[in-house]
Write a protein of this length. Sequence first.
Length: 131
Amino acid sequence: MKNTLIGLASAALLAVASLAVAAPGGGGGGGGGGGGTANPSTVTAQGLAFSTAEIALPPDAPSTIHFENKDAGVSHDIAIYTDSSLGTNLFRGQIITGPASIDYSIPALKPGTYYFHCEVHPTMHGSVTVG
Ligand SMILES: [Cu+2]
């Protein structure tokens, strides 16, 4: 329990830090990435659907999901839960209105299979595989 709380707290700090770094950069291709997380997962929302039904994340380490919302004027996010009953929330991404993109800082997760969806459109969903 304590570890989880500490993990969440540091994840929150990371989120703040990355928000500060990730100034709104404009549209085009990615700029030279900094160090840190290798191989961020990219998820796109377009046409009220996610580009993938499965997100793979590394186990036991913080990670990044690069989220691109390509639906102009439509709000999306990614929220991760332990399972589709939505009993326990593990991550809740900031909702962004497209076209826009954001890097979500995901806290360390234990190996397993989880559930993600868009909180604005819960019919947009999939699974998160860790490990
Ligand atoms: Cu949505």
